[in-house]
Ligand binder design. Structure first.
Ligand code: HEC
Ligand code: HEC
Ligand code: HEC
Ligand code: HEC
Ligand code: HEC
Ligand code: HEC
Length: 438
């Protein structure tokens, strides 16, 4: 009898342990939700505001870091301003007029489609403490470039792992103890079974199998949660940094239909796609010295975004400065300073990705992974670039093995093995860890 009571109290300790584990998890999750907000805000900011605003630098518009504080947390005013600054200005609002005049009455784009919660996320981003500045990697030398730092510090990941492993260790110790106790208690169990009214906890604590299953379930569940948490880290979908020269893919690849591989020539043949060297730009820009693309003048949307013919021509002059091209003498001065393109896509170093494999061998279009680049005024990361994203596509994509030299020998063997004519990238080995991880 005594031992049964002892067992009951152990099972209570056990459940308390689970409870505390859940609580600590929900704390982590809550933190993650806040981080999510900032992450979403960053994305919205890059998509909508980055053309005119930076956090800590004056551009077309004011620096936005700490702007909530500037307006004493008056969110309603900020909602009104961001959704339609012009109507606020016309209403004669003093604060609106002040900032409007400070910026020489430059019009800010109206964003009627942003919801209050979108704006909250953007403002959370402008309020977030700045991460350590990431050194922009020089794209021209992508191989040697410093890896871009991802937004979340390694300490945080380590901390989370330590907590989880600590909990697992504690649980292991408890499970061991309880199992030992149960083994001892089992003798009593058979004696008292018929007289005791079966209570849930007693049933539970007297049933090693049930405990075992519960523990396994909770372990899997927490592993899943941690996995979900970690897989959010470093996902930079939507990342659209300001480049040193405003380079429009819309104008080059869209309006002027220049082939992607004219500039990104190594995508066809090597691991890296790379960004073109400035010499390639000069193939065309020795003669294209100004932007005439829009003879009727800029559209209202262009103007709202700050893009005029003069602006674009000014960007071409930046290119001349960078390569050291003197327009008057039509010669190079020798005063070149390479453009440091900010790298947008970056897998972690432990993942292996090869462009040629996908573009040339598998025949996947650039747009499948990079989105409608030819419509992008400012290039951004379209796909999440997570492991799940790679794997999902490998499961779904049938490889066109017929008439493709690369597969000639293995196709027969594999299609016999799977008993199908068509093979997915997964069946070709696209799920093997070693193919993507060194
Ligand atoms: C076309 C350029 C442009 C875009 C795009 C733009 N802004 Fe602005 N913004 C400005 C300018 C210019 C001002 C200064 C006031 C003025 O001249 O209207 C400003 C002012 C502001 C202010 C007031 C800042 C202060 O210090 O008082 C806020 C807040 C603001 N913008 C938020 C945003 C947000 C959020 C977005 C994206 C959803 C955005 N802006 C997009 C140009 C822009
Ligand atoms: C005229 C040259 C040119 C053409 C044509 C061109 N690009 Fe680019 N691309 C660049 C330059 C320069 C950059 C770096 C600046 C930037 O990110 O906007 C770049 C950047 C990119 C990036 C982001 C690289 C990173 O930092 O991760 C992708 C993806 C990309 N291009 C895809 C394409 C695709 C797809 C096409 C065809 C639809 C294309 N490009 C056509 C010159 C070009
Ligand atoms: C195959 C020819 C070609 C190449 C290569 C090329 N451009 Fe252009 N570029 C053009 C054309 C065409 C225009 C639009 C001119 C017009 O409409 O008047 C343009 C416009 C521009 C503009 C103004 C519009 C904008 O995108 O901001 C810039 C800046 C520019 N190019 C930079 C570059 C840079 C940097 C490179 C090298 C990475 C490059 N170009 C490579 C043909 C080219
Ligand atoms: C199967 C998906 C996929 C396809 C198809 C694809 N890319 Fe990429 N691209 C990626 C990934 C993933 C990265 C990040 C690679 C890294 O960080 O190592 C990337 C990076 C880039 C970069 C940045 C520089 C670099 O090489 O890391 C450029 C530029 C680029 N791609 C252009 C292209 C062009 C142009 C095409 C079409 C000819 C293309 N990509 C086709 C997935 C793809
Ligand atoms: C748009 C679909 C798509 C996406 C997204 C994609 N892949 Fe692939 N991948 C393919 C196809 C199709 C093949 C061709 C199968 C083959 O060659 O065996 C392939 C092949 C590969 C191979 C060679 C496999 C082998 O058997 O030799 C590797 C490695 C690979 N992909 C890595 C990646 C990584 C890493 C990512 C994510 C960053 C990724 N892929 C994203 C479609 C995709
Ligand atoms: C098709 C390519 C591909 C295959 C196959 C693959 N991985 Fe990954 N894996 C990736 C990429 C890409 C990342 C980076 C994801 C990111 O940065 O979010 C990654 C990240 C990871 C991470 C870090 C955690 C995370 O989610 O970011 C672990 C752990 C991992 N992989 C383990 C494995 C194991 C184990 C296997 C075999 C069962 C495997 N991977 C197979 C592409 C692959």
């Amino acid at each position: 009898m005594k031992k049964v009571i002892c067992l009951q109290s152990i099972s209570r300790i056990f459940s308390l342990l689970f409870l505390s584990m859940y609580l600590s998890f929900s704390a982590v999750m809550a933190q993650e939700a806040a981080a999510d907000d900032v992450q979403k805000g960053k994305q919205l900011f890059n998509q909508n505001c980055a053309a005119c605003h930076a956090l800590n630098r004056k551009m077309t518009g004011p620096a936005l870091a700490g702007v909530v504080g500037k307006y004493d947390g008056d969110k309603e005013w900020l909602y009104a301003w961001i959704k339609n600054s012009q109507s606020l200005i016309k209403s004669g609002d003093a604060r609106a007029l002040a900032i409007y005049n400070e910026f020489n009455q430059t019009q800010m784009t109206a964003f009627p489609l942003l919801s209050n919660s979108d704006i909250d996320a953007i403002l959370a981003y402008t309020d977030a403490p700045e991460p350590a500045p990431a050194a922009p990697a020089a794209m021209a030398s992508a191989e040697t470039a410093a890896p871009a730092t991802s937004g979340v510090s390694n300490e945080l990941i380590l901390g989370a792992l330590v907590v989880v492993f600590g909990l697992l260790l504690m649980m292991l110790v408890f499970v061991r103890r309880i199992l030992t106790k149960i083994a001892v208690a089992n003798g009593i169990y058979t004696e008292e079974k018929k007289t005791e009214i079966p209570s849930f906890w007693k049933y539970f604590s007297n049933n090693p199998f049930l405990i075992f299953v519960t523990v396994i379930f909770l372990l899997l569940f927490s592993a899943y949660q941690v996995y979900g948490y970690l897989s959010q880290i470093g996902v930079d979908q939507g990342y659209a940094p300001i480049q040193p020269i405003h380079f429009s893919h819309k104008i080059h690849a869209g309006d002027n239909k220049i082939e992607c591989t004219y500039c990104h020539s190594s995508a066809r043949s090597s691991k890296h796609s790379g960004v073109p060297s400035l010499n390639i730009c000069m193939n065309c820009h020795k003669s294209i010295y100004e932007y005439k693309g829009n003879p009727e003048g800029p559209t209202p949307e262009d103007l709202a975004e700050g893009y005029t013919n003069e602006f674009y021509t000014g960007e071409i002059k930046k290119l001349y400065q960078a390569v050291g091209w003197d327009e008057n003498t039509q010669s190079y001065t020798g005063n070149a300073k390479p453009v440091e393109w900010v790298r947008i896509h970056k897998l972690p170093d432990f993942a292996y990705f090869n462009h040629a494999q996908h573009v040339t061998v598998a025949g996947v279009a650039c747009q499948t992974c990079h989105g409608p680049v030819e419509e992008m005024e400012i290039a951004y990361q379209y796909s999440p670039l997570t492991m799940g994203w790679c794997i999902d596509c490998h499961r779904a994509t049938e490889v066109d093995v017929k008439g493709n030299e690369y597969y000639a020998s293995i196709h027969k063997a594999l299609s016999e093995k799977y008993g199908v004519e068509k093979l997915t990238a997964a069946q070709m080995g696209g799920l093997e860890c070693g193919k993507c991880h060194y």
